[in-house]
Design a protein around this ligand. Structure first.
Ligand SMILES: *Cc1c(COP(=O)(O)O)cnc(C)c1O
Length: 379
């Protein structure tokens, strides 16, 4: 196991993982098992049943927790399962949750269509443009922040929101899926919980759906651990193993995602067919709180929804698909795809134009990627 003084790139490969004690296998085995032999009643080695704990999952939880600088980590069957457990562990009917107005569409759907039915109150606000001191009412129980946001890549000041949350006794949760701990560490900026869809950059190969939360507070951890087991939305050992494997290359992948993304931002910014380009580097707050800006770009095409529909169907390397964060490049139109579950008026009011295109820039050769966009522009 890596010494606790090890740096990020070393932890990504070694944290939570020692050679297998029975065989010396260098990689954590896939413990494809549901139950564990007991020497006598209760005489087990820390594992009784794999919904409660599984060694492959334990290794992944420990690795990701170290990368986020959290004392505790919990893995889930999806990012939304992690979100659901956080909310149901910490929020009760009548409580107020304040949420960014530009969050992942599925997060909004879970809040608005499921948890609101149970009597939780949700308010939405733009944390990127307002003073958090004025934004967070005193009776707020929990603040849900995504930064950079999806799909407009708006950046909010995590430390400033965390300070206001401490004043009013609210819990701050930051969805760090887009930045990853390689570029941004919300717990070190004062957030209470950091949440991920490991489906995206952490696994990085578009072959797993998974979720993760890291935190430092033992009492909150116990509540979430209880619900992880009680509700049972846990990832299987194979998915945990794939994610462990994926995260080993997180640093090198993120560097390349970013290098390619910056080249494409330069290309799009100079293109006459583009109305505007969104990338976190444009924000002074991002330059302060992030060590890099990642591989997500959004841009507004000149033209209508139909023009956007044709554009995303014309690329050949950028695959038309939802999701993001894999080694391969993806393209989509939020208005028709990832954010289609939001009512059109609300979507437009939040700034998601009909002609908006979102790119998840992969790690292919950047000249091929630019050439592919050139083809879609008809050039
Ligand atoms: C994909 C995603 C989620 C949801 O995660 P799933 O693994 O799909 O359940 C949450 N937040 C962000 C920012 C995402 O991109």
């Amino acid at each position: 196991m890596a010494p606790s003084s090890a740096r990020f790139d070393t932890l990504a490969i070694h944290a939570g993982q020692a050679p297998d004690p029975t065989t010396g296998a260098v990689m954590t085995p896939i413990y494809q098992v549901s139950t564990y032999a007991q020497a006598g009643v209760g005489g087990h080695k820390g594992y009784e049943y794999s919904r409660t704990d599984n060694p492959t999952r334990t290794a992944l939880q420990a690795c990701l927790a170290e990368l986020e600088g959290g004392k505790f980590g919990l893995c889930f069957a999806s990012g939304l399962a992690a979100t659901d457990v956080i909310l149901r562990s910490l929020v009760r009917p009548g409580d107020l949750v304040l949420c960014g107005d530009d969050v992942y569409g599925g997060t909004y759907r879970l809040f608005d269509k499921v948890l609101r039915e149970w009597g939780v109150n949700f308010q939405y606000a733009d944390f990127s443009s307002s003073d958090p001191a004025a934004l967070v009412p005193g009776r707020t129980r929990l603040v849900w922040l995504e930064t950079p946001t999806n799909p407009l890549l708006k950046v909010s000041d995590i430390a400033a929101v965390a300070a206001r949350c401490r004043e009013v006794g609210a819990i701050l949760v930051v969805d760090n899926t887009f930045a990853t701990p390689y570029f941004q560490r919300p717990l070190s900026l004062g957030a209470d919980i950091v949440v991920h869809s490991t489906t995206k950059y952490l696994n990085g190969h578009s072959d797993v759906v998974g979720g993760f939360a890291a935190l430092g507070d033992a009492a909150i951890y116990e509540k979430m651990k209880f619900l992880q087991n009680a509700a049972g939305a846990v990832p299987g050992p194979m998915d945990c193993w794939l994610t462990l494997r994926g995260v080993k290359t997180l640093s090198v992948r993120m560097e390349r995602h970013q290098k390619n993304a910056i080249a494409i931002v330069d290309y799009l910014s100079a293109h006459p067919g583009v109305e505007r380009v969104y990338y976190p580097m444009q924000s002074p707050v991002a330059r302060r709180q992030m060590s890099g800006f990642g591989g997500m770009i959004s841009f507004e095409l000149r033209g209508d929804l139909d023009r956007a529909r044709r554009f995303v169907a014309a690329t050949r390397i950028f695959t038309l698909a939802e999701s993001l964060g894999g080694v391969e490049s993806l393209i989509e139109t939020p208005a028709l795809m990832t954010h289609a579950s939001i009512e059109p008026e609300k979507r437009r009011a939040a700034g998601i134009a009909d002609g908006l295109i979102r790119l998840s820039v992969g790690i292919e050769d950047v000249d091929d990627l630019v050439g592919d966009l050139e083809r879609a522009f008809g050039g």
